[in-house]
Ligand binder design. Structure first.
Ligand SMILES: [Zn+2]
Length: 219
C-alpha cells in the first residue's frame, strides 16, 4: 500500500500520489478541555483518523493534524485556543501551498466545532476557490455525516464513544464519577461505548468517502 501520511513521503511518493488522485486531506482540531475523562487533542485525533481511513479508500495524501483551533472552552484547564485570525491565515496558506503543489481537491476537515471553525474554514475555502478555480475545497461537517445521530455536542456520548473506539488508552471513564465532572460538557457522555463509537464511525466514514469520490469524479 502506498503511503498516505504527507510527512512520511519522499518526492517520488508525492508525485505518484498526486498522479493517482490530486487529493489532500487537511485534518484540523483543537487543544481544548473535553471534560475530566477525555484528552485535550481529541478533535484533531478524531479528524485525523477519519482522513486516514477515508484516504485508504479514495487515495490522496493526509497532512499531519493541526491542533491549533479557535473558540470553545476558553479558560478551562488545558484549553489552548488561538485566535480565529490565526486559524484562517493558516488555512489560507495551506490551501495556497497545496494548490501550488498540484492538488486539485482539498478536504479541510475539522473535528472541532464544525458550526464555528468549519464555517470559518468554509469562508477561507471560498475565497481561495475564487482566486484559484482549478482547486476545489470540501469542508465536511463532522456532526452532519450521520443521517440520524447528528446532535452537535461537546465531550458527550458521540465524542466519548469515538475515543473509546479509536484511542481507549486515552479515556478514563471512572473520572466521570468525580465531583464537577459533568460541568460544561454534554451529560450523555456517561452512555459512551466503544461499540457505539465503532458503529457511528463506520456510517460517517462511508458518507465522507462518498462525498470525496463524488467530488473527485467532477475534477
Ligand atoms: Zn471535541
Amino acid at each position: 500500500m502506498s503511503k498516505l501520511r504527507y510527512e512520511e513521503m519522499l518526492p517520488a511518493d508525492l508525485a505518484q500520489a498526486i498522479a493517482a488522485a490530486p487529493l489532500a486531506y487537511f485534518p484540523i482540531g483543537s487543544l481544548e478541555y473535553h471534560g475530566f475523562h477525555l484528552p485535550f487533542g481529541l478533535d484533531a485525533m478524531h479528524a485525523h483518523e477519519y482522513c486516514l481511513r477515508a484516504a485508504e479508500q479514495t487515495g490522496g495524501v493526509v497532512l499531519p493534524p493541526t491542533y491549533w483551533g479557535f473558540r470553545g472552552h476558553e479558560g478551562f484547564p488545558g484549553s489552548l485556543l488561538v485566535s480565529e485570525a490565526t486559524v484562517a491565515s493558516l488555512a489560507a496558506d495551506v490551501f495556497r501551498l497545496l494548490t501550488d503543489q498540484g492538488f486539485r481537491l482539498i478536504v479541510a476537515f475539522t473535528g472541532h466545532w464544525p458550526a464555528v471553525q468549519g464555517q470559518r474554514l468554509q469562508e477561507v475555502a471560498e475565497a481561495h476557490m475564487a482566486q484559484r478555480p482549478e482547486c476545489r475545497i470540501l469542508v465536511p461537517d463532522l456532526f452532519a455525516l450521520h443521517p440520524t445521530d447528528r446532535e452537535p455536542e461537546h465531550a458527550g456520548r458521540l465524542e466519548t464513544s469515538a475515543m473509546l473506539y479509536l484511542r481507549p488508552d486515552l479515556v478514563e471513564m471512572q473520572r466521570l464519577a468525580e465531583p464537577g465532572a459533568l460541568q460544561s460538557i454534554t451529560a450523555d457522555c456517561v452512555e459512551g461505548t466503544a461499540e457505539a463509537g465503532r458503529a457511528h464511525f463506520a456510517v460517517c466514514l462511508a458518507e465522507l468517502v462518498r462525498m470525496v469520490r463524488e467530488a473527485l469524479a467532477t475534477l
